[in-house]
Design a protein around this ligand. Sequence first.
Ligand code: B12
Length: 226
Amino acid sequence: MEDLLARIARCVERGKISTLSPFPKDMLGTAGVTELVAEALASSIPPQNILRKGLIAGMETIGERFRLNKIFIPEVMISAKAMNSGMRMLLPFFEGNKITLKGTVIVATVQGDLHDIGKNIVGMFLKGAGWNVVDLGVNVAPEVIVSNARLHNAAAVCLSALLTTTMLNMEQAVMDLHKELPRVKVLVGGAPLSHSFAERIGADFFSTSPQEAIIYLDENSTPETV
Ligand code: B12
């Protein structure tokens, strides 16, 4: 069983979706995530284990390599695609509380800002780490962020800003979240931000690394069933 899960993790790392995938070349014709997840389910391996010891384990390795600048965004995207192919197969088991995820995290790019690449990467890593992610998209007003955090009983909100002008809108969202939902952790990121800015606007956490955000959330939020 361990071997099968390790193979799933390896396929996520390499971005190998199925037998038919043309990439990576050295794995041509071998089983990919979809076949191996199907085999694991047919062998009665609990979906929880397939998720955590297979898909998430693979994505964690990728996240660590990305954090250390050993790989770059294209490789992360490829792995995320492979992971999502397996996640889709496990989704029926998440529904109806059959699987416990770590909790819900809202992700959004703040009002006035249309950049979404960084926000999508953060969301992808969070999913890979076992969080239920509600992605509100781009150009999201503070009141929409607050109402969704409340609606989804979120453990945390991750906000992204790429423009110096929209960094200011981020401040409003952080203030409103802390006022309305004080137990919700607010994480901020995006190229123009700094530790001193994040501290000044009262965010709980700032990093340029999605992986560090995951470590922070794992250490600072309470697990729940979704
Ligand atoms: C791609 C891009 C675009 C694309 C966006 C496509 C898309 N779907 O996102 C398009 C072409 C649409 C675009 C538009 C504009 N852009 Co633009 N864009 C960029 C560019 C080249 C790359 C940004 C990017 O995606 N980087 C890659 C991602 C992965 O990095 P990231 O977002 O920082 O995310 C990483 C971390 O910061 C972190 N992170 C991000 N969010 C979060 C959140 C949390 C919680 C955590 C923990 C971590 C985290 O994780 C990510 C992975 O490491 C930058 C230049 C640059 N070098 O940054 C300019 C740039 C951001 N854009 C700029 C500008 C000015 C604009 C426009 C205003 C241009 C115009 N005149 O219309 C418009 C803005 C429209 C709007 N209202 O938003 C300026 C901003 C200048 C400033 N000081 O404000 C930049 C810096 C270019 C420049 N040098 O002038 N842009």
